[in-house]
Design a protein around this ligand. Structure first.
Ligand code: GSH
Length: 223
């Protein structure tokens, strides 16, 4: 039986799961779910959300009412980074972390860092430049988010000057969130905004066949 996912293609956390499944070449069934976004955009602009996340059945699986959630062979899991680690350990430890505990931990560090340091400013930037109706956008939040991103990208740049991929020289599941972030940043700020090191990394990760799962700019810049 194929893996079931509840999520939306415009959600970067759902994209982590889509990219991991593309790396693994596993079949899956996606159910569109969201309380904030639908086929035509954000509810703040009067659009209808995909829904599902507020139903009792969904809340029984994921009490947060957020996406993504997966169901694999009777096992339910939410929290996108935990899903990445589950898929890594269950389906391909060699490919996802070289079956090496140090590389596993290094990748874990970077996916947690991405969640804490990269997602909040990038989310706020997208919200206050694209997603919210113009009269609800706050230029100060957008400017503070750009500044925070500048500092965070500096840290990524330093790491990628030391190792070819984010957690080690070899590709690991730690590169999944980073690939999505670099792609989104290149689409938002322009490829020219990437430092030479980030541009080198972007060229490399976007050449992986799995990248097709998250390549579409509409998945990243949807309003
Ligand atoms: N820490 C959770 C956060 C989940 C989360 O906030 N997901 C967002 C999408 S990226 C969401 O559900 N947004 C509201 C919605 O679409 O209904 C995770 O990483 O899975």
């Amino acid at each position: 039986m194929s893996i079931r996912i509840w999520g939306r293609p415009t959600s970067a956390r759902t994209q982590k799961v889509l990219l991991a499944l593309a790396e693994l070449g596993l079949p899956f069934e996606l159910t569109l779910a969201s309380g904030t976004m639908g086929a035509h955009g954000h509810v703040a602009k009067g659009n209808e959300a995909f829904g599902v996340v507020d139903t009792p059945d969904y809340r029984a699986m994921n009490p947060n009412g957020t996406v993504p959630t997966i169901l694999d062979d009777g096992f339910v899991l939410w929290e996108s980074n935990a899903i990445l680690q589950y898929l890594a350990m269950k389906y391909d430890p060699d490919r996802f972390y070289g079956s090496d505990i140090g590389r596993f931990a290094s990748a874990a560090r970077w996916i947690m860092w991405e969640n804490n340091e990269l997602i909040p400013p990038m989310h706020n930037l997208v919200k206050h430049t694209i997603r919210l109706p113009e009269d609800q956008r706050d230029p100060e939040i957008a400017a503070a988010s750009r500044a925070a991103l500048g500092r965070a990208w500096g840290i990524v740049d330093t790491q990628l000057s030391r190792t070819r991929h984010i957690a080690s020289d070899s590709w690991s599941y730690g590169d999944i969130p980073m690939t999505i972030r670099v792609h989104r940043w290149a689409l938002l700020a322009g490829v020219d905004a990437l430092s030479p090191t980030l541009a080198r990394y972007y060229a490399e990760v976007s050449a992986r066949p799995s990248f097709d799962a998250i390549r579409d700019p509409a998945m990243h810049l949807a309003g």
